[in-house]
Design a protein around this ligand. Structure first.
Ligand code: UDP
Length: 338
């Protein structure tokens, strides 16, 4: 797969990447550095990894602590943008612990926006999610349709979207809200990839099961109204997501003030189709049990990707399903020393 980037230079600019030690954040940092910029990671390392911060400094800071956040921001008030990817993300955990999710995600984002306002930082890229749309029969999902999130996770992300819009209207915050679909795959270098603990996502769990690192995997729900009864998702390679951020930074330079946009491929794959591709790529059998639905899951989510193309010139380059699975497998195989 080609690694063609748009001719975009960040020439020595500093970008604060909140959550830069995480899965998507580390790929964003790498891509900022590849374009000549300096990523500064803000992270509390609750789920991110120090070894994933390789392209710039790391500041250990928790968004829930406004005072230490403000101290960290005051050292970087000349930054060109703030990119916010730090949040609690596990759908199932959010259903059991909404207080923790609202505190970490919503209060954390509020403290960040307030800190930015105090320090004159006015360009913001926010990681939102297709989970803000909720259960809908209208796929592919366009940005202008009703957002009625089903999960606590989606609700916290939508609350933040609204907060950002209010800051734009009242205080002139310039923002791009990227509604990611299912982040997947790993950088071809093999040096960074998906490392959640506990892991809850379909592709890495399937790889753990194929590699014999866990027992049979579970497929949550086989009675959905989809062709094979399992949920359908839109898997987008993490480096395509990272590219969307770089394109967004260029749009700020060109005068863009506010945007909500889907970052997906437009293709939906069922959970069973994913399992089949994992078996094909790994060459290993993948036993699974069909189990009841997971609370918070919706039937099918896939993007209408036309706005991203029109507004950001974004066309996925890495998101062929086989390439996604192969790049993820290369990363996990070397990490697990298989
Ligand atoms: N899933 C599953 N078994 C697992 C993990 C996930 O069947 O062990 C399903 C999950 O119910 C959903 C799909 O895989 O239908 C994608 O879930 P994931 O957590 O990877 O991403 P989400 O779409 O929730 O962001």
């Amino acid at each position: 797969m080609s690694a063609e980037y748009p001719a975009m230079k960040l020439n020595g600019q500093t970008h604060i990447v909140v959550g830069g030690a995480g899965y998507i954040g580390s790929h964003v940092c790498k891509m900022i550095a590849d374009h000549g910029g300096e990523p500064v990671t803000f992270d509390n390392f609750s789920s991110g990894h120090p070894h994933a911060v390789r392209w710039g400094p790391a500041i250990d800071v928790d968004l829930r602590n406004a005072q230490s956040l403000n101290e960290a921001l005051s050292a970087y008030q000349d930054a060109s943008s703030v990119i916010h990817l730090a949040s609690s993300i596990e759908v199932g955990i959010g259903e059991k612990d909404p207080a923790g999710f609202y505190n970490n995600n919503v209060i954390g984002a509020f403290n960040l926006l307030e800190g930015m306002r105090k320090h004159g930082l006015d360009r913001f890229i926010f990681s939102s999610t297709c989970a803000t749309y909720g259960e809908t029969n209208k796929v592919p999902l366009t940005e202008d349709q009703n957002q009625n999130p089903f999960s606590v996770y989606g609700k916290t992300k939508l609350a933040i979207e609204h907060m950002i819009q209010s800051y734009h209207n009242a205080y002139g915050l310039k923002y791009i809200t990227l509604r990611y679909f299912n982040a997947s795959g790993a950088d071809p270098s093999g040096e960074i990839g998906e490392e959640h603990d506990p892991e809850t996502h379909l592709i890495p769990i399937a790889m753990q099961a194929a590699a014999g690192l866990r027992g049979k995997m579970k497929i949550f729900g086989t009675d959905y109204e989809t062709p094979d009864g399992t949920c359908v998702r839109d898997y987008i390679h993490v480096n395509d997501i990272a590219r969307a951020h770089i394109l967004g930074l260029g749009k700020f330079d060109a005068g863009l003030t506010n945007l909500e946009v889907n970052i997906g491929t437009g293709n939906g794959y069922s959970n069973l189709e994913i399992l089949k591709m994992v078996e094909e790529v790994t060459g290993l059998p993948l036993p699974y049990d069909a189990t009841p639905r997971r609370p918070g899951d919706v039937t099918q989510l896939f993007a209408d990707a036309s706005k991203a193309k029109a507004e950001l010139n974004f066309v996925p380059q890495y998101s062929d399903l086989e390439y996604i699975i192969r790049s993820a497998w290369n990363f996990h195989r070397s990490r697990w020393q298989l």
